[in-house]
Design a protein around this ligand. Structure first.
Ligand code: NAG
Ligand code: NAG
Ligand code: NAG
Ligand code: NAG
Ligand code: NAG
Ligand code: NAG
Length: 494
C-alpha cells in the first residue's frame, strides 16, 4: 500500500485525523484541493434547478423540469441536502432549506410513510444537521417525526416494525411480509435520537429487533434471507443478498457498535462477514472478486452497484478491529467494484452484472458470455445508472483509511463521467444505458440521495480528512453523519 510521505509521521496513531494532526506547513492544510470547488459547483447546479422548479417537492425531474413526490411530499431533497450544505459551507442555500424544514407539516401527506425511508432520509437528515450545527428546531422536528410515524411502526404483535404507517391515524400497516434491511436497520438513527433526548425508548425498541434476529437459526451464520413473515418472525424465503433488501442490515451492525458500544451487534457483524467470505465470495475468470447471492442451495453469480458499499464498510470494520483478513477481503471487493465502472464505455457502472466463476468450465458457456467476460470481466444485466453513491462511498473510506491518492483519482474519473453523461440544464438525471456513449437515454429523475450521498462523498474525498473525521462521526446509510459521543480510534497500520 502506498502511503503519502506527508502523512507517515502521524499515520500510526489515527488515520482519520492524519492531516489535521500533521504540521501546519503540509500541503493539505494550506491549499484546499481545487476539486472540492468543482464538486461544490455541481451541488449548486443541482440545487438551483431543484430550487427553481421543484422546491418543497421530494424530487426534481431534471429533463422536463417537472416534480415528483415519492417520499410523502415533505421535501425529501431538502432534508437530504441539509448537512451537505453545512459541510460545503453553502450558507444561503442552507437558510432556504432550514426555513422549509422548520415549517414542514407532516399531516400534509395522504400517502403512508415508509418506515425505513422516512427514518434514513428525513430523521437521519434532521439528526445530522443538528449534530453539525445544533438548532433546537431541528431536534424538535426530529422528535415530532419519530413520535408520529416511526415509533408507531413498532406497535405490532412482535414489536417488529411495520413497513408503512398511516400518517393520519398513526396505525402500522398489517403486511405479513417484511424486508430485512427495512425492519433490521432502523437502530442507528433511533440510538442517536435517544442519545440526544435522553429518552431510551427509541434505542431500545430498535435494538431489541436486532437481538431477536440473532436468535433465529440460519444455515449460514450471520446471513439471513431478505423476506420475513411477521406472523411468526421467521424468514419466508431463502434468498440471501447483500444488495437491496439486505444491505444496511449488515452495515448497521458495525456502525451501531461504533455509536454506542454494543458488542452483541459487533459480534453479529463479524459472524456475517465470515459467512460472506465463506459462502458469497466468488473469483471471476477475469480474477475479479465479487459477492454473489444465495437461493435454496444455489450460489447466484450476480451483484451490482448497490453492493458496492460493502468494501468501505469492511475496511472501516477491519481498521476498527485491526483485522488484516477483513482488510484483504475489502480490498479485493473494492477493485471489483471500481472495475465495474472503469470498464464500461461511459465509465459508469451498470446497476447489476453477472460473471463466470473461476471454478466453472468457461468453454461450456455461450460464446457471447465468454466474449463479455474477456472484454469487461463481467456480463452487464441492468444497464441503467441511478446516480447511486455506493462505489464512491467505499472509495471515501478507502481514501480516508489509507491516505492513498489513487482513490481520489478513481473518484475524480467517476465524477467526470457523471458530469458528462448525467448532467442536464436543471440538474443530474438517472440514465438508462451506460454502455452507449451516444445514447445514454436520460430517464428524467434525480433521487434525493444524490444531494445526501453522491455529492457529499465526492466532496469529502477531496476535503481535509479532519472534515467529518471518522474518529468523530459515523455516517448513516444515507450518508448523514452522526456525532460519536465517545470518540473512537481507528487503527491506521496493522
Ligand atoms: C429546464 O430548466 C433549464 C434551466 O432553467 C432550462 O434551460 C431548460 O430549457 C428547461 N427545460 C424545459 C423542458 O423546460
Ligand atoms: C413518483 O412518485 C410516485 C408517488 O407519488 C411514485 O409512485 C413514483 O414511483 C415516483 N417516481 C419515481 C421515478 O420514483
Ligand atoms: C397533525 O395532526 C396531529 C394529530 O392528528 C395533530 O395533533 C397536529 O396538531 C397536527 N399538526 C399540524 C401542524 O397541523
Ligand atoms: C434470545 O434468546 C435468548 C436465549 O434464549 C433469550 O434470553 C433472549 O431474551 C432472546 N432475545 C430476544 C430479543 O428474543
Ligand atoms: C469444458 O466444456 C467443454 C464443452 O462442454 C468440454 O468439451 C470440455 O471437456 C470441458 N472441460 C473440462 C475440463 O471439463
Ligand atoms: C494489530 O495486529 C497486529 C498483527 O495482528 C499486531 O501486531 C498489532 O499489535 C495490533 N495492533 C493493535 C493496536 O491492536
Amino acid at each position: 500500500m502506498h502511503i503519502p510521505i506527508w502523512a507517515t509521521t502521524v499515520f500510526l496513531f489515527s488515520i482519520s485525523g492524519f492531516a489535521a494532526a500533521a504540521p501546519a506547513d503540509t500541503k493539505s492544510n494550506n491549499s484546499p484541493d481545487p476539486r472540492t470547488e468543482v464538486i461544490k459547483n455541481a451541488f449548486r447546479h443541482a440545487w438551483n434547478g431543484y430550487h427553481q422548479y421543484a422546491f418543497g417537492h421530494d424530487e426534481l425531474k431534471p429533463v422536463t423540469n417537472g416534480t415528483n413526490d415519492s417520499r410523502n411530499g415533505w421535501g425529501a431533497s431538502i432534508f437530504d441536502a441539509l448537512d451537505t450544505m453545512i459541510i460545503m459551507g453553502l450558507e444561503d442555500e442552507y437558510q432556504q432549506a432550514l426555513e422549509h424544514v422548520k415549517n414542514v407539516d407532516w399531516n400534509s401527506t395522504s400517502d403512508p410513510s415508509k418506515t425505513f425511508e422516512t427514518n434514513i432520509r428525513y430523521l437521519g437528515g434532521l439528526l445530522s444537521a443538528y449534530d453539525l450545527r445544533p438548532d433546537q428546531a431541528l431536534l424538535d422536528k426530529a422528535i415530532e417525526l419519530a413520535d408520529k410515524v416511526i415509533m408507531p411502526a413498532y406497535n405490532t404483535p412482535h414489536g417488529i416494525p411495520a413497513a408503512y404507517v398511516n400518517v393520519a391515524t398513526g396505525e402500522p400497516t398489517d403486511d405479513h411480509d417484511l424486508i430485512l434491511a427495512e425492519f433490521g436497520s432502523l437502530q442507528l438513527e433511533l440510538v442517536r435520537l435517544s442519545q440526544l433526548t435522553g429518552n431510551e425508548r427509541y434505542a431500545s425498541v430498535a435494538n431489541e429487533v436486532i437481538y431477536a434476529i440473532d436468535n433465529v437459526t440460519t444455515p449460514f451464520p450471520g446471513l439471513y434471507p431478505i423476506t420475513w413473515s411477521l406472523d411468526d418472525f421467521t424468514p419466508s424465503s431463502s434468498y440471501i443478498t447483500i444488495s437491496g433488501g439486505g444491505d444496511s442490515y449488515y452495515e448497521y451492525l458495525l456502525k451501531t457498535d461504533m455509536l454506542m458500544r454494543d458488542e452483541h451487534q459487533l459480534n453479529m457483524w463479524k459472524k456475517s462477514v465470515d459467512s460472506m467470505q465463506t459462502y458469497l465470495r466468488s473469483e471471476a475468470t477475469s480474477d475479479m472478486v465479487f459477492l454473489g447471492e444465495l437461493n435454496e442451495d444455489y450460489k447466484l453469480l450476480q451483484t451490482g452497484e448497490l453492493v458496492c458499499f460493502i468494501p468501505g464498510n469492511l475496511l472501516l470494520g477491519a481498521r476498527y478491529l485491526n483485522d488484516t483478513n477483513i482488510a484483504k477481503f475489502a480490498n479485493e471487493l473494492m477493485d471489483g467494484c471500481y472495475d465495474a465502472w472503469a470498464l464500461t464505455p461511459t465509465g459508469i457502472a451498470p446497476e447489476t452484472w453477472g460473471w463466470i466463476d473461476k471454478s466453472q468450465n468457461m468453454t461450456s458457456f455461450p460464446t457471447a458470455m465468454q466474449m463479455a467476460m474477456q472484454t469487461t470481466g463481467y456480463i452487464a444485466q441492468d444497464l441503467s445508472y441511478d446516480l447511486r453513491p455506493e462505489t464512491l462511498e467505499s472509495i471515501f473510506y478507502f481514501y480516508r483509511l489509507t491516505g492513498d491518492t489513487k482513490y481520489q483519482d478513481m473518484a475524480w474519473k467517476i465524477f467526470e463521467s457523471i458530469e458528462k453523461y448525467c448532467k442536464t440544464s436543471a440538474g443530474y438525471t438517472r440514465i438508462g444505458d451506460v454502455s452507449s456513449v451516444d445514447q445514454v437515454n436520460p430517464l428524467d429523475f434525480e433521487e434525493s440521495y444524490f444531494f445526501a450521498e453522491t455529492l457529499k462523498y465526492l466532496y469529502l474525498i477531496f476535503s481535509d480528512p479532519s472534515v467529518i473525521s471518522l474518529d468523530e462521526y459515523v455516517l448513516n446509510t444515507e450518508a448523514h453523519p452522526f456525532k460519536l459521543t465517545n470518540k473512537i480510534k481507528i487503527q491506521a497500520e496493522f
